[in-house]
Write a protein that binds this ligand. Structure first.
Ligand code: ADP
Ligand code: MG
Length: 570
């Protein structure tokens, strides 16, 4: 290992030289309190910034075992330190030091969720932060003195204020860790209580805006308050007893007038698969880990999905046991999204009428009279929703203000009235009794088969030009896999670009598990198991700081949207 004085001398030596000379600082440097790893020096001032790591011996860093002793705590602490590093980099980093990205010093940027990330690691032996720097230059000439300031003035301050426990506000840190641990404990209790989700009394569900996931201003919020009949009490390791609304397994409707908070509640449940930071308002809003948002997504590609539980007898005898299209309709896309989620093992479907295809959701009496069943390929969801629970043990939470026909198939009916949930199950039942729906059920006796498909490795090509593998996220909702864009806009539970980046790499990793026999669920489960055992680092040949955790469901969903995906004939 080189000494830090060696780094200083090198920076002085290459000052004013061509940018490529920055390659001379790749390597490891002993800063006494920590080791600095320059893993990759960028090729020019506009290129992707350089990758660096700082590793502090845990004896010096001083995070007690207690703060990362279980998985919940470890992930929360790593998230907390990432935020501390980011805060310190804003405070002690000077920024703009020349051309292009010169002067940049930053780390992965978390939002409201606490996700597993590769930005920070904490073990018994060390604390490690992975960050990026824009090595400074004027034009293409190295600004060695500026680099020296970054390495010897800015970075030590940032490290001191984020990776050394003694400089961290321990109360804030403990609260962060305990909040995540409580949320995990809460989520773990759902199944045993026959619940699919839980929303604590006092929770703040609405967000600041459609593009700002922070909570809505306190003065404008109606805090969540469970109806008495659905209220359950839970015991948490840190908070102790809390109460809130438990949404039971089976079929639950969220009804109510327009603008009364239905979608906001459902959105909170969708995000209930993640833990949230203190102050978010959804710290104690949780859903079963395999809960999936299902929506219509017209235009998507579908490859050999058995959508026959929902769709049959298409024009021109198109087979729906192995249905393929380059351009799905609203209803076929929603059918495929549902079946694909079930294929991977979703146990709860979250559906909002706002983003659903009407003809997938309902076919009323008059329409049944006008268009006979043999002329209508679609069996609406209303006739499958109970079978789904009975045959497949899959629950549904459905926002539907537009059709009371669903009262016939609901186990619970929650009505939002001015942002307050009311339990209207009995009333809805009485109405269903009094005004009999005249529609006929069209769903048959059973839900039908869920087929597990076998993906073909040869249908994936991550190459681009001379590069054998080139996978890049383009914002949150697109992955460029080689030259093939994968559109993730319909996968609403992806919340972080670092998830998108990791999923992109995970697709390539998944391809290596495809042997012509393994099914898609088997393949994605191997990937997730490897990540669980070895960490997200398995996805990359070199250490990177901007991967975040994701589920098997999102990985499969991304694979399903690759437009070259090939599926083996069964
Ligand atoms: P719906 O789906 O019933 O039409 P939304 O859930 O879209 O209604 O909510 C309508 C508006 O009300 C949104 O702007 C949302 O931010 C706001 N809102 C939702 N819940 C609350 C609440 N508890 N307190 C204050 N405003 C809320
Ligand atoms: Mg709505």
């Amino acid at each position: 290992m080189r000494s830090k004085e060696d780094l200083r001398a090198t920076l002085r030596r290459i000052d004013g030289r061509g940018y490529k000379a920055y390659k001379d600082i790749e390597g490891n440097f002993d800063f006494r309190d920590y080791v600095l790893h320059v893993d990759r020096a960028q090729g020019d001032p506009f290129a992707t910034p350089s990758n660096l790591r700082v590793r502090v011996n845990q004896k010096l860093a001083g995070f007690s075992r207690d703060t990362f002793g279980n998985r919940s705590r470890e992930i929360a602490l790593r998230d907390f330190i990432t935020r501390a590093f980011l805060g310190a980099s804003r405070k002690y980093g000077k920024g703009g030091r020349g051309t292009g990205k010169s002067g940049l010093l930053t780390i992965d940027q978390p939002d409201q969720e606490i996700l597993e990330r590769t930005s920070v690691f904490v073990t018994e032996e060390f604390v490690e932060a992975r960050f990026v720097m824009g090595l400074p230059a004027f034009g293409r000439k190295i600004a060695g003195r500026h680099a020296e300031s970054m390495f010897f003035e800015e970075l030590p301050q940032i490290v001191r204020h984020s990776l050394f426990c003694e400089n961290i506000d321990s109360e804030v840190m403990i609260r962060h860790i305990q909040t995540a641990e409580d949320a995990d404990a809460l989520r773990d209790q759902l199944e045993g209580l026959d619940l699919v989700a839980f929303v604590a009394d006092g929770a703040v569900l609405p967000r600041a805006s459609g593009i700002d996931s922070r909570p809505l201003d306190e003065g404008k919020v109606v805090p969540f308050e469970s109806p008495q009949s659905l209220r359950v009490t839970m015991e948490l390791p840190n908070r102790g007893k809390i109460s809130g609304m438990g949404i039971p397994m089976g079929v639950s409707l969220i009804v109510g007038g327009g603008y009364h908070g239905k979608s906001t509640l459902l959105k909170a449940l969708e995000m209930g698969i993640y833990n949230h930071i203190p102050g978010d308002g959804r710290e104690l809003v949780v859903a079963i880990p395999s809960a999936v948002k299902i929506r219509a997504e017209d235009g998507r590609r579908i490859q050999k999905v058995d959508i026959s539980p929902f769709i049959n007898n298409l024009p021109f005898e198109q087979k729906t046991q192995e249905f393929s299209t380059e351009d799905a309709s609203g209803s076929t896309s929603q059918a495929a999204n549902t079946i694909e989620a079930l294929e991977i093992g979703a146990r709860v479907l979250l559906i909002d009428e706002d983003t659903s295809a009407t003809n997938f959701m309902i076919r009323d009496h008059r329409m049944q009279e006008l268009v006979s069943k043999d002329r209508e390929p679609i069996t609406p969801f209303i006739d499958k929703i109970q079978q789904l629970h009975r045959d497949q043990k899959v629950s549904t939470v459905l926002v539907i203000g537009g059709s009371g026909d669903y009262f016939d198939v609901a186990d619970s009916v929650i009505c939002m009235v001015e942002y307050k949930p009311m339990d209207m199950t009995e009333k809805a039942r009485a109405i269903a009794e009094k005004y009999k729906a005249e529609r006929k059920s069209e769903g048959g006796d059973r839900f039908g088969r869920i087929t597990q498909r076998i993906p073909l490795a040869g249908s994936f090509d991550p190459s681009k030009g001379r590069k054998a593998v080139k996978i890049s996220p383009k914002g949150l909702k697109t992955i460029l896999f080689g030259v093939h864009p994968i559109d993730l806009a319909g996968i609403e539970q992806i919340v972080d670009t670092s998830q998108t980046r990791a999923i992109g790499e995970a697709i390539n990793y998944a391809v290596k598990q495809m042997d012509g026999r393994r099914t898609l669920p088997e393949v994605v489960d191997i990937v997730l198991k490897d990540i669980r055992e070895k960490g997200l680092d398995v996805l990359s040949p070199r250490p990177v700081g901007d991967f975040a955790g994701f589920r098997n469901l999102e990985l499969a969903a991304a694979i399903n949207r690759l437009r070259t995906l090939g599926i083996k004939h069964s």
